[in-house]
Design a protein around this ligand. Structure first.
Ligand code: ADP
Length: 488
């Protein structure tokens, strides 16, 4: 099939969050599965000159946006079986950050218009346009507007993926015609209206052919106000076209057997026959633990479990639960390492605890990818007690590196982490359901007990995580099914 993927960021060109990882990996996997795939992105100042030098100029056109006629250039780059198109307008995109500008609505209104207006110049008439988050939410709406008079685009279907429903593209009613160039009917019939405002996300949810959320559980959760940030009724109204597809991770980049970023490589040592049940992880894992303990000035204790947190330190990551029972956790025989930055109160909390637990607790405030890899490879347990988690990457990366996750059962955490079942040794981690510090502590203690008292079962959990399939190929298969369903 012919798929055009529209996004506001993608690895390796520009990244602020998880959307960039999806937009950087999924198109390749879709191409590998036999589709013709193109991606369209804004040409930000942040895209490095190295990439810009490899692009070729395709065309420039004028894009109508309300009463404006706006310059729009297009560049092209071919990479990994995917065509990458870049929309050029220096006024909108030559800025030092991707988002957070007073005119973001206008910038991404322009980008969404350009996605449609550039179709003839791409010589790539897609069967599906796959849009992502509020920045491309206007694409399905503009497409519906255009297809009244433009027969070539009439058959194009749209998929809209919700990566995080919190950001909705909400603007005053007056922007409808003046800024976005849409007829008043879109507002008066409620399609794009929410609480008296223009809501771009709602418009996309109402007009696209399929809505996907980044995990099956998140797709279910979006029906409830606790998770949907006011959009629950719109999701319920469109329930018949809502799907959940779990994101993947780059299984080659995150491969403990070959990753040059970690202290020692390791893998699952497979045994055959009767001994297979006793598969173990090769000794490299222990070397990584020693490296982590040394680097973070923790006691060099190979037999004490290390619990890690790698996270933005913000409230929806469930850190208030950790703060509440932190001393109880430290009363167990364990070490604790935190990597992250964010809210001042959490940073201060962990900072203050350092002096109380010398040699047993470590903290790095900030973003540090190298240290993240040391924790993924060196820790024994990774704690993610999130209030909500659309998909979550950290738990998948941790499992790939044999670090057993402890998570709350929400969103993608619930879909990827299956609780340890003592009676048969099944599962790949530890989970708790209610957002409650007592329940969280209960499973942390269970995990530490298992580490000390049933080391073989603990090894099995490591192995189960390391052998999970979190590849993008699996996600691409699920998206292919959805594309086929809406085009049939
Ligand atoms: P979110 O996108 O909500 O922040 P995810 O678990 O989906 O959470 O993705 C977070 C990603 O960012 C993971 O790859 C994690 O390793 C990385 N990360 C988070 N905080 C840090 C940090 N302080 N330093 C390095 N990497 C980090």
């Amino acid at each position: 099939m012919k798929i055009l993927f529209a996004a506001s960021e993608a690895v390796p060109f520009c990244k602020t969050g998880g959307l960039a990882d999806v937009a950087g990996s999924l198109p390749q996997a879709l191409a590998k599965a036999g589709n013709e795939v193109a991606v369209i992105l804004p040409l930000y100042q942040r895209v490095s000159d190295n990439w810009k030098d490899q692009m070729s100029f395709v065309c420039n056109i004028e894009v109508p946006l309300g009463w404006r006629r706006v310059y729009c250039g297009m560049f092209r780059l071919d990479k990994d079986g995917v065509i990458w198109y870049f929309v050029d307008n220096e006024y909108y995109f030559k800025r030092d950050s991707l988002y957070g500008h007073y005119d973001d609505g206008e910038r991404f209104g322009f980008f969404s218009r350009a996605v449609i207006a550039l179709l003839p110049a791409m010589q790539f008439m897609p069967e599906v346009i796959h849009c992502n988050d509020w920045q491309t939410a206007l694409v399905p709406i503009y497409l519906k507007d255009e297809c009244v008079r433009w027969s070539e685009v009439r058959g194009i279907k749209t998929v809209f993926t919700v990566h995080n429903i919190e950001y909705q593209g909400r603007y005053g009613k007056e922007t409808l015609e003046d800024l976005f160039g849409l007829a008043p009917g879109w507002f008066t019939d409620g399609t794009i209206a929410m609480d008296g405002d223009v809501n771009l996300l709602k418009g996309a949810l109402m007009t696209c052919d399929a809505i996907t959320a980044v995990s099956p559980t998140y797709a279910q959760e979006l029906r409830y106000d606790y998770y949907a940030h006011g959009m629950e009724s719109v999701i319920r109204l469109n329930a018949g076209k809502v799907y959940g597809v779990l994101n993947g991770i780059d299984m080659e980049r995150y491969n403990p057997a070959s990753d040059p970023r970690i202290a020692a490589n390791y893998s699952v040592l497979s045994k055959t026959g009767r001994a297979a049940a006793k598969d173990t992880v090769t000794p490299g894992k222990a070397q990584n633990k020693a490296h982590l303990q040394e680097e973070m000035h923790l006691n060099l204790a190979p037999d004490v479990p290390v619990i890690g947190i790698i996270s933005r330190l913000v409230s929806h990551k469930g850190l208030d639960l950790v703060c509440k029972v932190f001393d109880q956790i430290m009363s167990l025989n364990c070490q604790f390492v935190v990597l992250g930055s964010g809210d001042w109160n959490y940073e201060q909390f962990f900072e203050a605890k350092l002096g109380q637990y010398p040699g047993r607790m470590a903290l790095y405030r900030g973003y540090n990818e190298a240290l993240a890899m040391d924790i993924y490879s060196g820790a024994d347990l990774l704690l993610m007690p999130s209030k909500s988690e659309p998909c979550g990457l950290a738990q998948m990366i941790a499992m790939r590196y044999g670090t057993v996750p402890i998570v709350r059962e929400t969103g993608g955490l619930k879909d990827t982490v299956h609780p340890y079942e003592a009676w048969c040794g099944a599962g790949n981690g530890f989970t708790f359901a209610d957002y409650n510090s007592g329940d969280m502590f209960y499973v942390i203690r269970q995990a530490v007990d298992l580490y000390f008292n049933k080391p073989n079962d603990f090894q099995q959990l490591r192995k189960a995580g390391m052998t999970e399939d979190f590849s993008w190929d699996r996600s691409a298969g699920a998206y292919n099914e959805i594309y086929r369903t809406i085009c049939s």
